[in-house]
Design a protein around this ligand. Structure first.
Ligand SMILES: Cc1cc2nc3c(=O)[nH]c(=O)nc-3n(C[C@H](O)[C@H](O)[C@H](O)COP(=O)(O)OP(=O)(O)OC[C@H]3O[C@@H](n4cnc5c(N)ncnc54)[C@H](O)[C@@H]3O)c2cc1C
Length: 585
């Protein structure tokens, strides 16, 4: 029987052919899926990012969506890794990357086949991913399709490339189609994607200089994940770059990226507020650029302001009695001024630990205060385990693999990685428990990445601070042992006073909904609903997709998430502008 052959390419080809046939005569579809199977669609058939669990639900959705999307020409993609046997989430399957087309675009996907013991070991789909990669007629002009650039040299008296570049960034006589608020990795990624799709886009950022979102963070910061995971779209980091990129190096790269990608970027520009005109399908937004107000009417506004927008300053009893300096972690920059002084850092996430270590290294006497149990994972190898697919293969393949994991399986594989990390970090974790540090491993042991995706923090990648805590070089106290704050520091329930000159509140950030309310008001906030964390569609809520508010989009996340998510967000905006997709859900 063909689908039991050892030649895995033939088996995969056979499955794809039967799948395509079954989409036209659905009677056969059921035989192609395990009852417990998963389909993640990223715009290709549903114009949404969604995950469907279970054969019956998948079949219903496939039939409903296939009529208008008309998917066809499914075939193994010769430009990608060949079909192979591989373990994902603890299960070995035949993993095959394929390409296909729909009525309006071209897509990629991954199918994972495993034998069904209850049905003569027939190979059936355990997971399937379908993604939209490009819109027909609006392909990116890359590689051999690159623009020729003749227009800049034919007319000697006409504007040259530089004249046109300057004029396009000034917006003297027109407004951009898309306004991106925030020029960190989220803003740069989406603007670069839109540029390739010829959608006029302006980024605004309140910072003085491109890259300041990283530059102004604390002195010792280097990226916590490795260089091969972190590339921005289209322009890879040079191969001689260090594994862990220092923040200022990344900041300077952002400047170079804006220039190389020809992005329009206004620094020192605050987005103050926006309101939407339903009739016109446009925003009226107020920008304040170096003190001057400018009103614009973009069709789309993309919020790329970071998941961590507004500092969370909890009401800590008695804190205002303290006569030393109090700063939120976002305002902390350097330990140099605190040499020989005493500091209390409240909060045990990444920022709290990193700042405590920075102060300690600068010669301060430091106490870190724990408010709630925290996940600790060593930066290497444990924190890098989730990125192991990126250690081999091409970036495009790895991004597709990262996109292909449906939520339930991603949770399972992260729980497995967390177990592995616990073994690797056993000595460190036992040492922390000995000094009274309260540990946590995330909901259902799903580890640090799910803490990030669900609540944006609650973990620390150990780059040495945990060791200092274990050795007692940095003191540890529990927040619940503090009675109140007094002029000289923290008064403990035991009666002793913990003196301090500086208190750092590493207490995290408010939810993004708060920022939406400030910028767009209650009505828009209500329409959009919850942002970030997983919703009913088993996807990050309101991220990279159309929201309840037409023309309002969100992009956020680590560098890899921005690289991947920006592609799909840009395709939706382009499709709306070309009349292929309605404005709003
Ligand atoms: C200490 C630390 C270490 C981290 N390490 C890593 C790491 O190793 N790898 C990783 O992938 N992620 C890391 N992160 C997570 C990191 O925050 C995000 O990955 C990244 O900064 C998010 O980028 P962003 O573009 O979404 O938002 P941000 O970098 O926060 O950029 C948002 C921008 O929006 C601008 N802005 C906000 N509001 C307005 C307004 N109203 N008008 C104009 N401009 C506005 C801000 O000035 C800012 O420049 C780390 C975070 C911290 C705090």
């Amino acid at each position: 029987m063909l689908d039991r052959t050892d030649d895995i390419s033939v088996a995969a080809e056979s499955w794809l052919a039967r799948f395509e046939g079954a989409l036209k005569s659905p009677g056969e579809l059921k035989a192609l899926f395990h009852s417990e199977s998963y389909w993640r669609d990223v715009l290709a058939l549903s114009w949404n990012i969604q995950t469907i669990n279970g054969a019956d639900a998948i079949l219903r959705e496939l039939q409903a969506r296939s009529r208008s999307a008309a998917p066809k020409n499914f075939q193994i993609d010769p430009g990608r890794a060949a079909p192979r046997r591989v373990a994902r989430a603890g299960i070995i399957s035949i993993e095959t990357m394929f390409k296909f087309e729909t009525a309006i675009g071209r897509g990629n996907g991954i199918i994972r086949l495993t034998p069904d013991a209850a049905d003569c070991n027939r190979l059936k789909a355990w997971t399937i991913l379908t993604t939209l990669e490009e819109l027909k007629g609006f392909e990116e002009q890359l590689g051999v399709a690159r623009p020729r650039g003749n227009a800049y040299s034919r007319d000697f008296r006409g504007p040259n490339w530089f004249d046109l570049r300057k004029a396009s960034a000034e917006y003297a006589d027109h407004d951009p189609t898309v306004l991106v608020i925030g020029g960190g990795q989220s803003g740069l990624s989406i603007a670069a994607r839109l540029k390739q799709l010829n959608v006029d886009t302006l980024i605004v950022d309140r910072e003085l200089r491109i890259g300041d979102n990283w530059r102004t963070r604390y002195h010792a910061l280097t990226l916590h994940n490795q260089v091969q995971v972190n590339h921005l779209p289209y322009m890879l980091f040079p191969p001689n770059w260090p594994t862990y990129i220092p923040k200022d190096k990344l900041a300077n790269w952002f400047e170079a990226y804006v220039e190389a990608m020809e992005l329009n970027f206004w620094t020192e520009t605050e987005f103050e507020r926006g309101s939407y005109d339903e009739q016109d399908g446009r925003w009226t937004v107020t920008l304040r650029r170096a003190g001057v107000t400018r009103t614009m009417h973009p069709r789309h506004v993309v919020l790329a302001t970071g998941v961590s927008g507004i500092p969370n300053l909890p009401d800590i009893p008695g804190l205002r009695n303290f006569t030393g300096k109090v700063v939120h972690s976002s305002q902390y920059d350097d330990g140099e001024n605190w040499k020989g002084k005493r500091a209390i850092v409240i909060g045990t996430g990444n920022s709290g630990h990193d700042i405590a270590q920075d102060l300690y290294s600068s010669g301060a006497e430091v106490t870190i205060v724990q408010r709630s149990p925290t996940l600790i994972v060593s930066i290497e190898p444990s924190a890098q385990l989730v990125y192991s697919p990126y250690n081999e293969g091409t970036l495009d393949d790895n991004d597709l693999i990262a996109t292909s994991m449906p939520l339930p399986l991603a949770r399972k594989s992260h729980a497995m990685v967390t177990e592995q990390s616990k073994q690797l970090d056993q000595e460190l974790l036992e040492g922390l428990e000995r000094v009274g540090f309260k540990l946590d491993f995330g909901e259902d042991n799903t580890g640090w990445q799910f803490k990030y995706l669900t609540r944006g923090g609650g973990y620390y990648f150990n780059v040495g601070c945990s060791d200092l805590i274990v050795k007692g070089e940095i003191a540890l106290k529990q927040f619940s042992d503090i009675d109140t704050f007094v002029a000289a520091g923290a008064r403990m329930k035991s009666g002793e006073t913990m003196p301090a000159d500086l208190i750092v509140l590493a207490t995290g950030y408010k939810r993004q909904e708060e920022l939406v309310r400030r910028l767009f008001g209650d009505e828009v906030t209500k329409r959009v609903g919850t942002i970030w964390g997983f919703g009913e569609e088993q996807e990050l809520r309101n991220m990279y997709v159309r929201t309840g508010q037409p023309g309002l989009w969100f992009i956020a996340g680590g560098l890899a998430q921005c690289r991947i998510g920006s592609k799909y967000l840009a395709l939706q905006i382009k499709a709306i502008e070309e009349g292929l997709l309605p404005h709003g859900r």
